[in-house]
Design a protein around this ligand. Sequence first.
Ligand code: NAD
Ligand code: IPM
Ligand code: MN
Length: 360
Amino acid sequence: MKLNIAVLAGDGIGPEVTREATTILRAVAEFGGHDFVFTPALIGGVAITGTGGPLPQATLDIALASDAVVLGAVGDNKFNALSPDKRPEAGLLQIRQALGGFANLRPSVAYSALAGNSPLRPEVTAGADILFVRELLGGLYFGAPRWWNRDENEAINTMRYTKNEIVRVARIAFELATRRKKKVTSVDKANVLEVSQLWRATVTEIAAEYPEVTLEHQLVDSMAMHLMNTPRSFDVVLTENLFGDILSDESGVITGSLGMLPSATIGGTVNLYEPVHGSAPDIAGTGKANPLGAILTAAMVLRHSAGLEADAAAIEAAVAQVLATGARTADIARGGDANQQLVSTQEMGKLVHQALAQSL
Ligand code: NAD
Ligand code: IPM
Ligand code: MN
């Protein structure tokens, strides 16, 4: 099959991890006789430096003409003084909006080889497999009004959702739950926020269409604790944009590292694929970045944009296999573990490639 993939590597460790992810996609194409065409384009800080803005029109054109967009990460401390609409992150929000995907799927899977890496006890995390469905185009990120005029002692962001925006993401969460453990946990702040009351009422209404799925509601503050105490009790976690941003990063604790988490954004004209982590300026250029979140994101490309489920599963199995051998980037390395072997970003990518080559 033919697949046009726009590659927006971005800033910091973005290019480092994206290189490993595209190498894996190339391998799948080669073994399967597919024609994957990769087109690089600028986004984020490198786009500001190169073109004056975080999302050049050329990038948007390439992305909209592609079958899938793979994004590394954006963000560079040198732009910290800019207002939100001019920063690298603005390019990411703009492209999300332009591609139209509203359901950001963020799986958090506790790989058994990493059971000792979480500060949570192994018996707490063993077998945890959560799918966050984060609404991606609404809430505080996009609500108007929003402003801070720098000389004023007041600033505004607006949390706004329409019923339709909640309905469409809720349906995706329930559909996905029917193919999993048939449980949806909807997270809100309905004890305080009107938006959350609409959220809760709407999700409850949609749940009636899926009688085989159990729905529970949780308030976001206590949910942050339940996630750490009983991660195995969750299946699909459905929530609004900012709560999903925060809780999915928190779930990196269950898996052992934020660097392990992939994501796919579906529901729009072109799906967008990005690891959950950011540009990690603290380790950029050191070869310490964990490419597995980006590689697992590549698996999601195959699953959600190419219908290549077997290849997606093969990548995930290759990752599990490599972890089982003890290969560890610095973020998942552990003092006192004699079986582990510290590897760089590139070495980790190569090991997954080798394991995959044997299975394809
Ligand atoms: P971050 O996710 O970049 O890093 C948080 C911590 O996790 C750091 O200590 C980092 O070294 C570590 N980490 C992250 N990914 C890792 C990986 N693959 N391997 C090993 N360690 C990893 O978050 P931050 O530090 O809060 O933000 C840095 C910049 O990234 C900011 O500009 C932020 O806006 C941006 N950001 C971008 C995205 C994105 O492009 N999707 C997501 C989150 C943050
Ligand atoms: C993420 C990031 C982004 C978000 C930022 C960089 C705009 O944190 O993808 O999780 O908040 O959505
Ligand atoms: Mn985030």
